[in-house]
Structures are given as structure tokens and as C-alpha cells.
Design a binder for this molecule. Structure first.
Ligand SMILES: *[C@@H]1O[C@H](CO)[C@@H](O)[C@H](O)[C@H]1NC(C)=O
Ligand SMILES: *[C@@H]1O[C@H](CO)[C@@H](O)[C@H](O)[C@H]1NC(C)=O
Length: 229
């Protein structure tokens, strides 16, 4: 009797503790850092949730600065008409464990950052030059609503974690934006590539049924995405 009462008390305390922590767990994206910084050792063979730290002596202040966003890539080198200059942990080891990262994206006129999702981060961005149509599609909770606006130089936007979104250059000149994420490694799921360029491919009958088109249409779309872009 006494013992089972003790067991019950322990379980109740455990449940209360768990509930107290729940809001924190729900808000969390990347885990909180336990030290000032932990410059990623990208060559380590140790696999952890992130990357192990370089020894402090090998982590100079250059790891906390980057000039990659000072210039953009070639926007005409691929069919999207855009070029992403990534600054996630793989390119900027200094952000390891800090729960942040950035991208610079340049767009040709009519260039697009195709519909995609970041599974691990919300995104906040500023347009540096040009005019970008930014579209965000809500989940079914919103009735699948498209939220969109032409965002111009100096203006900003925010994209909730996990929602599908795109940018499209509606201006006559090149456009550039800088975006930040609340994850060192936001991840990206491109919708066209996911549906039509997976490896191995999604069986055609699945896509025929899901998209309500002929197999020929599915095969045509698949042929556009074999090999990445
Ligand atoms: C982005 O631009 C760089 C040149 O700045 C080029 O080497 C690279 O291939 C481009 N990337 C894509 C995917 O088009
Ligand atoms: C272009 O878009 C496709 C998805 O439509 C994506 O798979 C590919 O990585 C993109 N390429 C570049 C260079 O951004």
C-alpha cells in the first residue's frame, strides 16, 4: 500500500515536470547551446545531433564572420533562373549549435525559387533589390490559403516552419534577398523534385491517381527532374 502510494506520487511528479517542460519543448527548434560557441568540426567521424566542436584553440574568430553573402551566384546557370548562396552549418561551421543560419538568393527576371518547405526552421527575409512575389500556402487549417505579396527592396517577410512557399522575380531587373533561419540546418524539400525526381522514382500509377492526369503527363514531368534540375 505504502509502496504503491510512493510509486503513484513519483509518477504524478514526473507528469507535472513533463507538463511544465512541454511548452518549452514545443517552442524549441534547434537545441539550446551549452557554451559560447562550438565551431563545427565538419571532418569528424563522430555523428551527433549537429557536429562536434573543434578544439577552442583551433577555432579562431574567422569562424564567426563570413563574406559569402557579399556577392551572389550566376542566375543563368540553371533552369530555375535563381542561384542560392547557402550559409548553413556545412558552409559556415561557426553557426554550429547556435540555431541560426542564412541564405542569399539571386534571381533573374522571371526567375523562381520553386515551391519548397523547410522541415526544421521558420524563415525571415529581406529583399535587398528588385521585386519578388513571395507566396506562402497555409496548411489545410487555413483552407489551403495562398498568402502573397510583391516584396520590394527594404521590405521583409516571414515564413512559418514547414509551410510551402516560393519566390518569383516579377521585376525587370535582377532581384536579391537575404533570408535567415532559426536552425543551423533548415533542410529543404522542393515540391517538383520530391514528386518527380525522387530516387528511386515514385511509381507512375501513384502520381496518375494523385494528380488526376495521364501517365504520359507524369512521365513528361519525371523526365524534367531526373538528375536534380
Ligand atoms: C551558382 O553560381 C555559381 C557562380 O557564381 C556557379 O558556379 C554555380 O554553378 C551556380 N549554381 C547553380 C546551381 O546554378
Ligand atoms: C531548381 O528547382 C528544382 C525544383 O523545382 C530543384 O530541385 C533544384 O535544386 C533547383 N535548382 C537550383 C539551382 O536552385
Amino acid at each position: 500500500m505504502g509502496n504503491s502510494f510512493k510509486t503513484l506520487t513519483v509518477w504524478v511528479m514526473f507528469a507535472v515536470l513533463l507538463l511544465q517542460q512541454a511548452p518549452v519543448l514545443i517552442r524549441a527548434t534547434d537545441p539550446d547551446p551549452l557554451q559560447d560557441f562550438c565551431v563545427a568540426d565538419l571532418n569528424s567521424e563522430v555523428t551527433v545531433n549537429g557536429h562536434p566542436c573543434k578544439p577552442a584553440s583551433a577555432a579562431g574568430d574567422e569562424f564567426l564572420f563570413s563574406s559569402r553573402t557579399s556577392s551572389g551566384g550566376d542566375v543563368n546557370a540553371n533552369p530555375n533562373g535563381s542561384n542560392v548562396t547557402k550559409l548553413d552549418v556545412a558552409r559556415w561551421p561557426g553557426v554550429n549549435t547556435l540555431g541560426v543560419s542564412m541564405n542569399r538568393i539571386d534571381f533573374a527576371p522571371d526567375g523562381t525559387n520553386p515551391p519548397h518547405v523547410h522541415p526544421r526552421a521558420s524563415e525571415i527575409g529581406v529583399v535587398l533589390c528588385g521585386e519578388l512575389l513571395v507566396g506562402i500556402i497555409g496548411s489545410l487549417d487555413s483552407g489551403n490559403r495562398l498568402y502573397s505579396r510583391v516584396v520590394r527592396a527594404g521590405e521583409t517577410f516571414v515564413i512559418p516552419r514547414g509551410l510551402m512557399h516560393f519566390q518569383f522575380n516579377v521585376g525587370k531587373t535582377e532581384a536579391t534577398m537575404i533570408v535567415s533561419f532559426n536552425s543551423q540546418n533548415p533542410g529543404i524539400v522542393f515540391v517538383p523534385l520530391t514528386l518527380f525526381g525522387s530516387n528511386p522514382p515514385i511509381p507512375t500509377p501513384v502520381l496518375v491517381k494523385a494528380l488526376r492526369v495521364d501517365a504520359g503527363v507524369v512521365e513528361l514531368l519525371k523526365s524534367k527532374f531526373t538528375g536534380g534540375y
